[in-house]
Design a protein around this ligand. Structure first.
Ligand SMILES: CC(C)(COP(=O)(O)OP(=O)(O)OC[C@H]1O[C@@H](n2cnc3c(N)ncnc32)[C@H](O)[C@@H]1OP(=O)(O)O)[C@@H](O)C(=O)NCCC(=O)NCCS
Length: 191
């Protein structure tokens, strides 16, 4: 098994490599239990595992059918990072060095200094306070650079929006949209 501790240490030391350079989000963020650092193609196995563990708990979550699919998706994230359209962090559990989730910054609005976020964590850490730590680390970083974080969550995804509300996110309203022919109610939040 690959030792993930070395790259984590390396990323944690750097503050200015592949993070979002335009907005100024750091390349690594840390809290007591986790480190957020840029996700890479080497994380494909862990990325597939935590996503599919989520799907087992919530069948509405998209399944990752193969390693090829996972690698392709992570390469796509690399491309988006290069283009400055999305920054994806791996959430690494410090005690085990395991990638237990990801955190996305997307739809950067540099003029208004706003950015959308999305995150997913392995169900084994749900309810443990890890989500709170992750949100807190990113919110601290975004406050330092003067960006507002916002998120949209499907109203049916109760655990997710409850978690945001528990964290203290501001509820901004609900809207119905159509995605792939499916009508969905979305809740909007700001941190
Ligand atoms: C979103 C996510 C990170 C939240 O993780 P988490 O650690 O479970 O969240 P928290 O523990 O902070 O909060 C969840 C809250 O929802 C509550 N909850 C969960 N299911 C619920 C339900 N069906 N009805 C009412 N409340 C519910 C929990 O009890 C908890 O509140 P409590 O601590 O007051 O009891 C995790 O659920 C996840 O990875 N989900 C899959 C990915 C996803 O949906 N991402 C969001 C889209 S961007």
């Amino acid at each position: 098994m690959r030792n993930l501790a070395a790259p984590i240490r390396q990323y944690a030391k750097q503050t200015n490599n592949t993070g979002d350079t335009r907005a100024g989000f750091p390349s690594a963020m840390r809290s007591r239990r986790v480190i957020l650092r840029p996700i890479t193609i080497d994380d494909a196995g862990a990325w597939k595992r935590f996503n599919n563990a989520i799907t087992r708990r919530n069948p509405a979550w998209p399944i990752v059918p193969s390693m090829l699919y996972a690698k392709n998706e992570l390469l796509h994230y690399d491309l988006m990072r290069e283009r400055g359209t999305r920054t994806v962090y791996a959430v690494v559990e410090r005690s085990s060095g395991t990638v237990i989730g990801d955190f996305h910054l997307k739809r950067f609005d540099h003029a208004k200094r706003r950015v959308e976020f999305g995150h997913a964590l392995h169900p084994r850490v749900w309810g443990s306070g890890t989500t709170y730590e992750v949100l807190n680390a990113v919110r601290n970083a975004s406050r330092r650079i003067g960006y507002t974080l916002w998120a949209k969550v499907e109203s049916a995804n109760i655990r997710s929006w409850k978690s945001l509300e528990k964290f203290g996110a501001t509820f901004c309203g609900e809207r119905t949209t159509t995605l792939c022919g499916r009508r969905m109610k979305m809740r909007y939040y700001e941190l």
